[in-house]
Design a protein around this ligand. Structure first.
Ligand code: FAD
Length: 376
């Protein structure tokens, strides 16, 4: 079964996203029509595409962004909005051991990523309900407490603003005794992910980026020393191409980059949002409003948004009857961790695709030596 079939149809699941319901509309962009000439063509209008566009624009390059759907229809517009300054599985020492100096640079980039994001939001004046109360990773077993301690020591030794919380501190921070201890990184927090993305797009638009929606790229073809990217109604001649299509790489076009699409496993992640929690309850559950994701493989995670909606989620092995089953599953989990919540009712349920790499490392593909993507 095609993985996209695990989701409800795109427009249906988009209409059910909390973020699409509460965020001011973004500026609509036209589809690409006809041919154009530019320095860099970026395929994919998510954080990767717009962050790269912003850096390129600031260095004087001309840039266009081709988005197959609308800005925010990918993971960047549908995620939980947790700003997390670690990689999910890979430890900093693994990166350094495998990749030497390049690994050290990537560790520094990850360590500073949350602070950099909040600084960017302030510097560019992006309105996105940003809150920086920290990101907390509670341990769900004794073995994971040890892992958490090691992880905390490794990041602290590399200058990350993190520390371990003991059982009493953990219970106070969460308003729950369901976890024993955990790592708190004070640079983390949360944002409204769709507002962040639309804000980034707006900054790029004002700096001269040419942004096209409903413009799926179908091919990248060599054209002399340059490249031509084609869409159904147009084409872009450019010096360099960035493929920033992440988990959706194989979803919009089977011809664009099939090897890249095959290199990742797109996994559906479900999100649920409660109705706003009243102040009395919110002062007991997660009273300092950190973003929280625990040590489980099937993560337990939650955060408040600006309206005190508690936003959580999870994964389902099988998609059938997904909305009902995920509500049941997450409702039970939240009630177990926070009995004072009672049986939660959810106002929004939606999903998106996460790209998993087989070795859990981040992958950067150099499509050819003449294309721009290169890290290691
Ligand atoms: C439900 C969910 C919850 C998550 N929660 C968190 C979280 O709390 N914290 C966190 O750090 N990360 C989280 N993530 C992961 C995070 O959202 C992603 O890592 C991030 O958004 C990836 O950004 P991106 O720009 O690389 O890809 P995307 O935002 O997915 O953008 C890729 C874009 O490429 C477009 N595209 C694809 N093919 C083509 C084509 N042929 N032509 C043109 N455009 C094309 C797609 O339409 C899409 O808009 C979550 C992800 C999901 C799905």
């Amino acid at each position: 079964m095609p993985l996209m079939a695990q989701e409800t149809s795109k427009s249906e699941s988009e209409s059910k996203s909390l973020w699409h319901a509460v965020s001011p509309p973004g500026k609509r962009m036209p589809p690409l029509q006809g041919s154009m000439d530019i320095d860099v063509a970026i395929i994919g209008g998510g954080y990767t595409g717009f962050s790269t566009a912003l850096h390129l624009l600031n260095s004087g390059a001309s840039v266009c962004i081709l988005e197959a759907n609308t800005i925010g229809s990918g993971g960047s517009g549908r995620n939980n909005g947790q700003v997390i300054p670690v990689l999910s599985r890979v430890e900093p020492q693994d990166l350094e051991r495998h990749y030497g100096e390049a690994g050290e640079r990537l560790v520094g980039l990850v360590r500073d990523s949350a602070e950099d994001l909040f600084q960017l939001v302030r510097h560019e004046n992006i309105t996105c309900e940003a809150e920086q109360p920290g990101w907390f990773q509670p341990a769900h077993t004794v073995a994971h407490s040890i892992l958490c301690e090691k992880r905390n020591a490794a990041w602290a030794a590399r200058g990350a603003p993190c520390r371990m919380l003991d059982a009493a501190e953990t219970s106070k921070l969460l308003g729950s005794d369901a976890w024993d201890c955990g790592m708190l990184n004070s640079s983390g927090g949360h944002i409204n992910p769709l507002m962040l993305l639309r804000g980034l797009a707006q900054v790029c638009d004002k700096r001269g980026a040419l942004i096209f929606e409903n413009s799926p790229a179908h091919t990248i073809i060599r054209s002399g020393q340059r490249w031509r990217v084609t869409t159904p109604q147009g084409s872009v001649l450019c010096n360099a191409v960035l493929l920033a299509t992440n988990a959706y790489s194989g979803e919009m076009s089977s011809t664009l980059a099939p090897k890249v699409a095959r290199s990742i496993i797109p996994v559906t992640s479900w999100q649920v949002s409660t109705k706003p929690i009243d102040e009395a309850l919110a002062s007991q559950i997660l009273p300092q409003r950190q973003a929280v994701s625990d040590t489980r493989a099937d993560l337990q995670f939650f955060r408040y948004d600006a309206r005190n909606n508690l936003i959580s989620g999870g994964a389902l092995a099988l998609p059938f009857n997904g909305v009902k089953r995920i509500k049941n599953l997450i409702g039970k989990r939240l009630q177990k961790a926070f009995p004072m919540l009672g049986k939660p009712t959810f106002s929004h349920v939606w999903s998106g695709l996460v790209a998993i790499t087989p070795d859990r490392y981040p992958h950067f593909h150099q499509l050819t030596r003449l294309l721009v993507s290169r890290w290691f």
